[in-house]
Design a protein around this ligand. Structure first.
Ligand SMILES: Cc1cc2nc3c(=O)[nH]c(=O)nc-3n(C[C@H](O)[C@H](O)[C@H](O)COP(=O)(O)O)c2cc1C
Length: 363
């Protein structure tokens, strides 16, 4: 029963209520003083919309192309670790919810479900795989190959971790993963089969990953490779120079470097640098259809949502994911019509203006 949700905040309230304090703070929290966590949401509200009126908007479509394939709306599901801690159906429900609204889901390396099971849960869905690089290159390759063998369409290399951020809520809670929860693909790749703790997992990761490694991955990999966690035009240039097919502007949902830029503030310089030379996605703090419209008008091809989909999952499984993504799609459709646009491709910088400082509100 999710019909009574009229916005993402409704799903958030119910999702949070369902979770125990440890998992709730793990999912909701950020790094340090959580400045970036909060600002990632409020920064979208520093843009104001310039609607054009008296256009024929009887037929409005939110459909878009991302990495050469269609989505019903440019709102994709971000990679989020340990989803069976939010709901027993975990990543399978997330994939089913995403497929039900015709969008793509990116599966985390720290998935509690193997890629083939995710694909089987949503056979018509589009799936990407988020990759953390491990010190043992064989582990990295095994994870990537398992996902590609399950028909995953793209590999998204996360560049803003390790090391893991200073998550003080987790430290205060002495948070540990539930004993029964594992990351089966990672355990299989590492060998031994035992479930790994979060600390053990981060310790196994490659803290020396370099642009040349991205170049090697991109040239070896049979599917497009994107780099996630870029916040500057300089790094966007390097990603493209090393063969990335796209970039995800992200601060990891405020979980890594506190006081790093809000993505709404980083996106303009990156869009200018990329200039259509690769796919451009952005995530962090997207909670409204007008946030999606703002991101597209600033030059993104699509957005990822992390926590909104997770709240839907925690509250109501696949139905909750479908409802949250559906609400964002409906809000985007309405925003397009009211902006005088019949498609997302008509959104441009001319639809935006910086909000006067005095009108900035916090969400
Ligand atoms: C609980 C949680 C776990 C996450 N796990 C991963 C992960 O395993 N890999 C990754 O690249 N990003 C991970 N992220 C970051 C998300 O992919 C995304 O960048 C972020 O959630 C976007 O912000 P939003 O939650 O405000 O939408 C995680 C985020 C959250 C909230």
């Amino acid at each position: 029963m999710t019909e009574h949700w009229i916005n993402v905040a409704d799903a958030e309230r119910e999702g949070l209520e369902k979770l125990e304090q440890g998992p709730r703070d793990y999912f909701a929290g950020g790094a340090g003083d959580e400045v970036t966590l909060r600002e990632s949401v409020s920064a979208w509200g520093r843009w104001r919309l310039r609607p054009r009126v008296l256009n024929d908007v009887r037929e409005v479509s939110t459909r878009a192309e991302v990495l050469g394939g269609p989505v019903e709306a440019p709102v994709l599901v971000a990679p989020v670790a340990y989803q069976r801690m939010a709901h027993p159906d975990g990543e399978r429900a997330m994939a089913a919810g995403a497929a039900a609204v015709g969008t793509a889901m990116c599966l985390s390396t720290l998935s509690t479900t193997r890629p083939a099971e995710v694909a089987a849960a949503a056979p018509n869905g589009r799936h990407w795989f988020q990759l953390y690089a491990f010190k043992d290159a064989g582990v990295t390759r095994a994870l990537m190959e398992e996902a590609i063998a399950a028909n995953f369409e793209a590999v998204v290399v996360t560049a803003d971790a390790p090391p893991g951020g200073n998550r003080e809520r987790d430290r205060r809670n002495r948070f540990t993963l539930p004993k029964e929860l594992g990351t089966p693909s990672l355990s299989a790749a590492v060998g031994g089969g035992r479930a790994l703790t979060i600390e053990e997992t981060f310790a196994l990761m490659n803290h020396a990953l370099a642009w040349t490694d991205v170049g090697d991955l991109a040239s070896e990999c049979s599917v497009p490779v994107l780099v996630k966690g870029v916040l500057t035009a300089e790094d966007a240039e390097l990603a493209l120079a090393h063969g990335a097919a796209g970039i995800v502007v992200s601060n990891h949902g405020g979980r890594q470097l506190d006081r790093s830029l809000a993505t709404a503030d980083a996106l303009p310089e990156i869009a200018e640098a990329v200039e259509g030379r690769g796919a451009l996605l952005v995530d962090g703090g997207i909670r409204r259809g007008v946030d999606v419209a703002t991101a597209i008008a600033l030059g993104a091809d699509a957005v990822f949502v992390g926590r909104p989909a997770l709240w839907g999952l925690a509250a109501a499984g696949a139905d909750g994911v479908e409802r949250v993504l559906g609400l964002l799609g409906q809000e985007l459709e309405l925003a397009l019509g009211l902006l005088g646009c019949t498609s997302v491709s008509q959104l441009t910088r001319a639809h935006l203006r910086r909000a006067p400082a005095a009108s900035v509100y916090s969400v």
